[in-house]
Design a binder for this molecule. Structure first.
Ligand code: KIV
Ligand code: ZN
Length: 520
């Protein structure tokens, strides 16, 4: 059996489907470029039939990204498969990923189909997809709760119909590693011609076992893992790409010759880019990419690591591109660091671009004494990578009065799709007052689900990175803002989230049309 484990990244499909992580087509394209630099084998770029936005994202990624296979999800329906094929047409190598549920509960209550009908639908979908490409993946949704003999039969027929990859999803994150490993072993032993296809797994993290389940499956013969950056995805998320890849790399003594072709030095940068694009944070103690992943607080640990790195570190932070939090001193080194970073990100720029952004870096240096790597990252994102969405709301001006013996009061002037609005409000703090004033001006009511703020770098003059998660009429979105002023950072994050929620609401309205016609 071959030793390569294919990495199928579904950040832009399953990841993006989760509340608070939606991306525009343009943002997905930016992310896809970074996924290609990371070296993933397959990019699931979206679900072409879901909406115009998804179709556009799959088509643009197919046009622009060279190297990885580009994939679109499609229900086992001709219309979905045709749209996936159409969106994938410009791709160097395109894959159609079609699926149907095979568990009793999904077939009876969701699909309202008999097992015989599901079997027929699966066969037809795979052979229809093969008309457009010779790379067809078939998934048995909710495989881990499916009746075994029926599951074997569906897989066998999908292979006969032309599937080249068979994917076993643990759709609801129900499996336990030993049991999931056994399922993979049983499929390998009971399904005719299973050795002619790549066996893939797709695990959700509802019990916190997605990575463990995926790794067990790999040790039993699966050779493709479906995963996402930072483990984002429906509900508790999908298996985290960085954890799978580093476990296989660090524990070669256990996994033998299994390997991936991921350029691990791009992992941290990819994780940060996703956070910047979606306005999300990863928790500090997140494996591989969290702020504390390589921090040694206790004296004993510090002493151990200083005398011999391997006493408490099982991998070198450099291997995953973890930054050393370097301080970038002086104007010359600042300009050099800026150029180096732009080259690392593969961003093309003119001398004028460099001069313009360097001026901004100098302005920032006037506000805070020390400039760090993270400050340059934030600036590059703002100036070169942030996708200019048609932001419905623009804050033109705001002013806040606060102090220990007064009621915080904020006045805002904003424009909503070009129409100017002003309002004044009080609140229990300056951020609260400003948010209330924005809501009053717009006549909307949002529910703040999460708000956090952290310093990007040390010292009190550091830039603050604020994150807001809010709900607008039940639609959740997150936003991010960076500034040396914490109120400005918070307002930027709030308005970013609100803009995304408004756009997402419009997008969901489109998607609901398709949901009416079938099941996803
Ligand atoms: O979780 C799941 O079952 C899926 C399939 C569509 C592969 O995302
Ligand atoms: Zn999934």
């Amino acid at each position: 059996m071959a030793d390569k484990v294919y990495i199928f990244d579904t950040t832009l499909r399953d990841g993006e489907q989760a509340p608070g992580f939606s991306m525009t087509a343009e943002e997905k394209v930016k992310m896809a470029h970074q996924l290609a630099r990371l070296g993933v084998d397959v990019i699931e770029a979206g679900f072409a039939a879901a909406s115009k936005g998804d179709f556009e994202a799959v088509r643009r990624i197919s046009e622009e990204i060279k190297g990885p296979v580009i994939c679109s999800l499609a229900r086992a329906m001709e219309k979905d498969i045709e749209l996936a094929a159409e969106a994938l047409r410009p791709a160097e190598r395109g894959r159609i990923h079609t699926f149907i549920a095979t568990s009793e509960i999904h077939m009876r209550y969701k699909l309202r189909k008999t097992p015989e009908e599901v079997l027929e639908t699966a066969k037809r979908a795979v052979s229809f997809a093969r008309r457009f490409t010779d790379d067809v993946e078939f998934s048995c949704e909710d495989a881990t709760r499916s009746e075994r003999e029926f599951l074997y039969k569906v897989i066998e027929e999908a292979i006969k119909a032309g599937a080249t990859v068979i994917n076993i999803p643990d759709t609801v994150g129900y499996a336990i590693p030993e049991e999931f490993g056994q399922l993979i072993e049983d499929i390998m032993n009971n399904v005719p011609n299973i050795d002619k296809v790549i066996l893939s797994v797709h695990c959700h993290d509802d019990l916190g076992l997605a990575v463990a389940n995926s790794l067990t499956a790999v040790s039993k013969g699966a050779r493709q893992v479906e995963c996402t950056i930072n483990g984002i995805g429906e509900r508790a998320g999908n298996a985290a790409l960085e954890e799978i890849v580093m476990a296989l790399k660090v524990r070669r003594d256990f996994f033998g010759d299994l390997y991936t072709e991921i350029n691990t030095r791009e992992i941290y940068k990819t994780s940060r880019l996703l956070c910047m694009i979606t306005g999300s944070f990863v928790q500090r103690n997140k494996a591989i990419v969290g702020d504390n992943a390589f921090a040694h607080e206790s004296g004993i640990h510090q002493h151990g690591v200083l005398s011999h790195r391997l006493t408490y570190e099982i991998m070198d932070p450099k291997e995953v591109g973890f930054p050393e939090r370097r301080m970038v001193l002086g104007k010359h080194s600042g300009r050099h660091a800026l150029k180096k970073k732009l080259d690392e990100y593969g961003i093309s720029y003119t001398k004028e671009d460099l001069d313009r952004v360097f001026e901004k870096l100098k302005d920032l240096a006037d506000k805070k004494k020390e400039i760090y790597d993270e400050d340059i990252d934030a600036l590059i994102y703002q100036e070169f990578m942030k996708v200019e969405i048609q932001e419905p709301i623009v804050v033109e001006h705001f002013q806040v009065q606060t102090g220990d013996n007064m009621l915080p009061t904020a006045t805002v002037r904003i424009s909503f799709r070009g129409e100017e609005k002003t309002a004044t409000e009080t609140g229990n703090g300056p951020v609260d007052a400003t948010i209330k004033a924005i809501q009053k001006a717009l006549g909307v009511n949002t529910r703040l689900l999460d708000y956090s703020i952290k310093a990007l770098t040390p010292n009190t003059d550091a830039q603050a990175e604020a994150r807001v998660v809010l709900s607008l009429d039940g639609v959740e979105a997150s936003g991010r803002g960076v500034d040396t002023d914490i109120i400005k950072a918070s307002v930027k994050a709030y308005v970013d989230a609100l803009n995304r929620a408004i756009l997402r609401k419009e997008y969901i309205l489109q998607r609901s049309e398709i949901r009416k016609e079938g099941t996803v």
